[in-house]
Design a protein. Structure first.
Length: 230
């Protein structure tokens, strides 16, 4: 075991204690609520089946992942790397309750859009967008499948591993088609990037940055290549 792995191991216990307090402080400051009700899977018939990522009539594939949200420190680190500006339209694909779009909307951007498949999560995201303290940008929440959703004005797309390779591949193709119709430079920020090979094989993207988050999750940043791949 390397030194960095030993240090992370020693830090894991105190971080796991402090993290929920840090999250609660951020939620109170922002005036939003984005925490799942429980870290345990809901029991059948509990009324919270939407949290488990089931197949719905909206979904093209059945590879949706459970709802979780990236912690605030790592969101802000990614924002510092991406440096979105006033001309950017940022999409959070698999937006859940809207934590990422709420953080982004405190910056002066053209627009922040959350794309979420499950209506109960969309409702919570919209409520958080309305309550958000310090909002500087417009927030829209779209309840749709990312493989077919209209995301044609996006310049930055954020994903927190919301689904498996089938949906990811079709989502990348959806974005690629939009760039072919409306030529523009786009970036894709992929947190928990376990299916990087899908983006690499898409042929129109190149990875420009890669790092491990505090906690060890792989993160990759991709840039569109001009001209687009066939």
């Amino acid at each position: 075991m390397g030194l960095s792995a030993k240090v992370l191991g020693l830090l894991r216990a105190p971080v796991s204690f402090v993290k929920p307090v840090w999250t609660k402080c951020n939620e109170l400051a922002l005036r939003i609520e984005t925490q799942p009700e429980s870290t345990a899977a809901p029991a059948a018939g509990s009324g919270r089946e939407w949290w488990r990522g089931p197949t719905t009539d909206l979904a093209r594939h059945s590879d949706n992942n459970h709802y979780v949200s990236i912690d605030y420190w790592n969101i802000r680190k990614m924002v510092r790397i991406l440096k979105p500006g006033p001309d950017d339209v940022v999409y959070d694909i698999g937006a859940g309750m809207g934590r990422v779009v709420c953080i982004l909307a405190r910056l002066p951007l053209r627009r922040c859009v959350g794309v979420e498949l499950f209506e109960p999560l969309c409702q919570k995201a919209r409520k958080n967008a309305e309550r958000l303290r310090g909002r500087k940008s417009r927030i829209d929440i779209i309840c749709a499948d990312a493989t077919t959703a209209d995301m044609a004005d996006g310049t930055i797309y954020f994903l927190f591993n919301p689904f498996g390779p089938e949906t990811l591949s079709d989502t990348m193709e959806n974005i690629r088609r939009s760039v072919a119709i409306n030529p523009r430079s786009v970036r894709i920020a992929y947190y928990n990037s376990y299916h990087d090979l899908v983006l690499e094989r898409a042929g129109w993207l190149r990875r420009v940055h890669h790092y491990n988050s505090f906690g060890g999750s792989p993160v990759s940043i991709w840039q569109s290549q001009i001209p687009l791949g066939d």
